[in-house]
Design a protein around this ligand. Sequence first.
Ligand SMILES: Cc1cc2nc3c(=O)[nH]c(=O)nc-3n(C[C@H](O)[C@H](O)[C@H](O)COP(=O)(O)OP(=O)(O)OC[C@H]3O[C@@H](n4cnc5c(N)ncnc54)[C@H](O)[C@@H]3O)c2cc1C
Length: 567
Amino acid sequence: MEHINSKIIALIGGGPAALLMMKNIINSPLKPAEIYIFEKNDRLGVGMPYGKFGSNGEHVANVSANELPEFSCTFEDYLSQYPTDLFPDFSIGGNFNKYQVIPRLLLGDYMEFQFYIYIKQAKKSGTKVHIYKNCPVQDIVPFNNNEQFKILTDGHKEITVDSVILCTGHHWPKKYEDTVSGWFDSPYPPSKFAAATNFPIAIRGSSLTAIDAVKTISRLNGKYEVKQDGQLKYTVNTDAQDFRIDLFSTGGFLPALRFHSEDAAYSDEWTMSLEEIYEHKEKYGFVDLNYVFDINFKLPLKKKDPEFYASIQDLDLEGFVDKMMSIRKELDTFQLFKAEYTEAEKSIKRHQSVSWKEALSAFSYAMNYPAKHFSAEDMLRLRQTLLPLISIIIASLPQSSYKEIIALYDAGIIDLIQVDKASFVEPHSESGAVYHYESADKEKFEKHYQLFVDAIGQQPLEVSDLPFEGLKSNELISGAYLNFKSDVTAAGLIRNKDLPIVKGASDNYFLNVHGLEINDHFQSLTKYGETVNNLFIMAVPFIGGLNPDYSGLDFCDTAAGRIVKVL
Ligand SMILES: Cc1cc2nc3c(=O)[nH]c(=O)nc-3n(C[C@H](O)[C@H](O)[C@H](O)COP(=O)(O)OP(=O)(O)OC[C@H]3O[C@@H](n4cnc5c(N)ncnc54)[C@H](O)[C@@H]3O)c2cc1C
C-alpha cells in the first residue's frame, strides 16, 4: 500500500550515505513531501573517497561490481551507456569482469549518475527534491519543541525541515599540516603530493590509508612497468635515487588480500535479529560477546568449513585470536604478504573462499547490531583482542595494490618498521617530523624524515567535534557510553588512565566508547537516554564507537534501510 507522508527530510551531506538513503526511501512506501540535499562540494554521490578529495586515478576501491549494493542501474549497464577511456579494464571491449575491483574515481562517477536517477524517481513519485551543492551546512537548530529543525547554510539560507539525517561522512582534522612544511595529517586529497621526494619519507600506518599514500608518492618518484612474466617492476627516477618509504606500524602487518567470496555474504542468516538482541538483553542485562562469537562466527564456520572449525572449536575468542596472530607472527611481514597473495590467488582461481576469513568478515559486519548492547567489559575485550585481527582481514587489499607494494619491496624502496605502542612523532623544527620509537628488538630510535604522512585512517570523533552548535546546545546529542557489568572490575580498571572510564552518580561506571550515542535505528539519544525521533546519525566518524565495523557502502545501505523503517 502506498503511504503518503508529508514530511520534509534533510540529508546533510550528499555522498554515498545520502545516495543509499535516497535508494532506501525510493524503495519504501515512504513518500516524503520534500527532500533537501545539502552538499558542501560540487558533486553528489562521490563523497570523500570517490572524487578528487580522496582519489587520483591510481586509487582503487576494495569492492568489485558484484559486491556493490544493489542500485536501480547496474554498474555494467552504466558502463555500457557511459564507456570510459580512462580505465582500460573498464573500457568498451575491455572484457568487463564483475569480480575486478573498481577505480575509485570511476565508482564515484557511477554513484553520481545513480544519485540523479533516484532524484528523478523521487520527483516522479511526487516528492519535491531540492539540491543545494557547494552549500556547507553551518548549523542545525531545533525548534517547535524539537519537532522541527532550521538548517542554516553558508549562503545564509534558513530552511525548515521535519527530519534530519547526518550524512557528513569522513573528516580529517589538521594538526600541523598547514604550519609545518613536509608534515601531512592525512594523505587526502592526494593532489597535495605534487613533487618528487629524493629522500626517505615516513608514513604512519600500514593499512589501506597508508597504501593510498604509497601509491601516489611512489608515482612521483618513479614508474611501474609490467614485466614479461606479468609481474610489476618499479624503477626509481634518476633524480630520486634517495627516495625510500618507511611504513611504521605497531602491529607490524600489511593488510590481508582480497580473496574470492561468495556473492551473498552469509551474514544475514546468522545475524542476531533485534528481537533476539532485546530478548537476550532482558534475560542477562547485556548481549554476551562469547555468545555472539559462537553463533555469528563459529556456527557459520562449522557449516562452511568443518575441518577448519574442528581446529578452533574449543577455543574462546582470545584463544582464537592468539592462534591466528601467532601464525602471522611466525613469518616476516613481506613473506607473510606473499604467502597470503598465493592463498588469495588460489581462492580466486578456484572460486573458493578462504572460509575462516570470510566468516570473520561476516561476523565483523553482523556484530555491529549486538555491539551497542555489549557490556563495557566485552567492548574492551573486543577492542583489545579481536578488532586488531579483524581490521587486518577485512581490509581486503586489491591484488593490483599488492603487486605495487611487492615491486617497491623488490626494488628496495619500501620497508615496514614495527614500533612500540609508546612510539610518537613530532614536528621537526625545519621540515617534516621526528619519529621516536623502540624497534621490535628493543633498540631506541629518533629519526628525522623530511616528509611525514599520518595515515592511520579515520579516527573517531566526539560530541565536541560536531560542527552543529544548535544540536549541542539543545542537548539533542550525547557521547556514547556502555555500562560495566561489574563495578568492581570497573573500579580496578579506572586506575588505568588510558581507559576512558567515568564514574556515575550512583557509584556505577561507564566506558566512553567514542562518538555519539545512537539506537538500533541510528536515532540520536540524549544524555538522559531519550530518543530524538527525527534526528538520525550516519556520519562515519561519529558512529564507530557503537558500530565496530561501521564503514563501507554495504553498511550505508543497511543503516539507510533501518532509518527508513522508522522515518
Ligand atoms: C579513502 C577511503 C576509501 C574507501 N574505500 C572504500 C571502498 O572501496 N569500499 C567501501 O565499501 N568503503 C570504502 N570506504 C569507506 C567509506 O566510509 C564509504 O564507502 C563511504 O564513503 C561513506 O560515505 P559517506 O557519505 O558516509 O561519507 P563521505 O564519503 O565522507 O561523504 C560525506 C559527504 O558529506 C559532505 N559534507 C560534509 N560536511 C558537510 C556539511 N557541513 N554540509 C554539507 N555537506 C557536507 C562531504 O562533502 C561529502 O560529500 C573508504 C573510505 C575512505 C576514507
